[in-house]
Write a protein that binds this ligand. Structure first.
Ligand SMILES: [Zn+2]
Length: 312
């Protein structure tokens, strides 16, 4: 990646798209299910054999999970088209009108210049990674890393990956998408989405690839590894913001989404390594219905500032 860590400061200020009352995410009627604890989720809902490194192991885990959980997956009879029918708790997957992901198009977006800021304060805790069976996830201890949206604090709980991307830009999927999941004190979620495209080798992503879990459902800790999450941010930090949902059952709504418009790069073999372990774990895009995307515009980053022009 071109961007160096030195270019970042703690509490990086990003212009953000927060709007007044009408755009505040509605509090979900039901308590928000934690997307966050995918360990529990893996226990509850079972594991998707397709996304596992070892089919034999997956089968064994799957059998245990099925005994007391509703199985969902990314294809066939338990795939996204049927999630809403698998369990009454999943009903929003079928009837929700604020679902994620979505196809992001400029013509559906409104400009949000001059709105409050997004502060990003990410620490470097001990690296803890887990293969949940639905994704590969890196967990964060509460209190270590957070963002502030309109001065409201959301703690970073975990990040994970989808191959290909879940969100589309102008109708196109990207090879991968990373989700940074944050939660406030009331349980409301704010997720940052980062798209990946084929390009230069990504050293930060390689730290994850080198430690992809061999077994399902177990947190693996690596003391010597520290990730600098800010290196996953694109140089152009403009993003789209909208009110959406979890992209996995129970598809709970009231989730703030912020998706960067500029994809970051990873080498083709890195993306292939991620795809190999994840399989296809992307929910298809959902209709926008009455929602409006908020388009966030920023001052250009320092390296993009043009030299002043002189006239004689
Ligand atoms: Zn996700």
């Amino acid at each position: 990646m071109k961007r160096q860590a030195a270019a970042w400061v703690s509490g990086l200020m990003l212009a953000a798209g927060l709007q007044a009352a009408d755009n505040t995410p509605q509090k979900a009627v039901a308590p928000i299910e934690p997307l966050v604890n995918l360990v529990e989720e893996a226990k509850k809902y079972g594991v998707d054999g397709k996304a596992t490194p070892s089919p034999a192991k997956a089968k064994e885990e799957k059998k245990t999970a099925q005994a007391h959980a509703v199985q969902w997956s990314y294809s066939g009879k338990t795939g996204p088209a049927h999630w809403g029918e698998l369990d009454e708790k999943f009903i929003l997957c079928k009837i929700g009108r604020n679902q994620s992901p979505v196809d992001i198009r400029d013509r559906h977006a409104v400009d949000a210049r001059g709105l409050p800021s997004l502060d990003v304060v990410y620490g470097t805790p001990q690296f803890a990674i887990i293969n949940t069976g639905h994704t590969v996830q890196v967990n964060y201890p509460v209190g270590n890393s957070y963002i502030k949206l309109n001065n409201h604090r959301y703690e970073l709980l975990q990040f994970h990956f989808h191959t290909p991307s879940e969100h589309q830009l102008a109708g196109f999927n990207y090879p991968m998408e990373m989700h940074l999941v944050h939660r406030d004190g009331d349980g409301n979620l704010a997720v940052i989405g980062i798209l990946f495209k084929e390009g230069a080798f990504n050293p930060e992503l390689q730290k994850v690839i080198d430690r992809l879990p061999k077994t399902l459902g177990k947190v693996e800790r690596h003391k010597q590894v520290q990730l600098d999450l800010r290196r996953f941010f694109p140089a152009d930090t403009r993003f789209y913001k909208y009110s959406g949902s979890l992209t996995t059952p129970p598809c709970t709504e009231g989730v703030w989404w912020m998706v960067f418009r500029q994809p970051i790069e990873a080498a083709p073999e890195q993306l292939a390594a991620m795809e190999k372990i994840l399989g296809a774990n992307n929910r298809p895009v959902q209709p926008l219905y009455a929602r409006t995307l908020i388009k966030s515009w920023f001052d250009p980053p320092p390296e993009a500032v043009q030299e002043p022009l002189f006239y004689y």
